[in-house]
Design a protein. Sequence first.
Length: 266
Amino acid sequence: MSFLKKLLTRKQKAITEDELLLALKNHEFVFYYQPEWDLKTGKPLGVEALMRWESPTRGIVPPMDFIPLLERAKLINNFSRFLFEQTFADLKEIHTVSPDLFMAVNLSLLQIQEPNFVEMVKNIADEHKIDMKYLECEITETQGLTQDIIESGALDKLAALNVTISMDDFGSGYSSLTHLRQLKIQKLKIDLDFVKTLMEDKKNQTIVDAIIQLGHDLGFPVLAEGIETTEQQEWLKEHGCDYGQGYWFSRALPADQLITFLKNHP
C-alpha cells in the first residue's frame, strides 16, 4: 500500500473514546513549545504549549482531530488535569535556564466551563511551586464565546490570580471587538493569515497596523503569529508590534530541545 493510501486509511478510520483513554494512560499526548519573542529586545518572553498525539497506529495526530472528540466524550476534565500537570512540570524545568519565561496554553470553551476549573489550575500550580503570573491562557475568538462563559466569571477569576488572558487568532472572528469590551483580555495575538501575506497584500498591512494601534490604545501588548521572513519581522517591528512568534524565530520544540535552545539564546 502506498504512503498516500495509508494516510487516507488512517484519516478514514474514526478515532474512538477507548483509543483516547488508552492514549492518556500510555502518555501518548506530548507537548512541543514554541517561543514568543520581544521584537524590541530580540529576547524570548515565553513559550506556547502545542500538543500532539503521537499514536503508535495513526502517527502524529493534530489537536483539531481529537480535541472535539475529547469534548464530546466528556474526557476534557481528564485532559485538563494532564495538560496543566505536564506544562507546569516542563515550565519548572524551563525556569532552571530562563526563570522569567511564561507558559501559554490554549483553552477550549468546555475546559473553561468545567466545575472548579480555576481551583484545579491553582492547586496544580501550587504543587509545582509555579507562580500563576507565569501562566497565560489563550482563548480563540473563532470558537464563539458564549454568554455562559462570560457570566461564569472563570476568566475573571484567572485574571484575579495574575494569569494573563490573551485573545488568539484576533481579527478572524465576527465579534472580536465585543469580546474586548466584555472580557478580561490583556493581550492580542494577530491571526497568522494576516501575517503570511503581509508583504504582498497592502490591505493586510492596513488591517495589521490597525490591530496594533487598537491594542495599544486599549493598553494591550500585541503579538504577531506566523512570522517566517526577515521582511515580515522588520515590518512588524517598525509598525510597533510588541511580540512575535513563528518559524523565523524557532519551530515548536520538545521540552529538552527547547531548554538547549534557550541556553543558546539567553
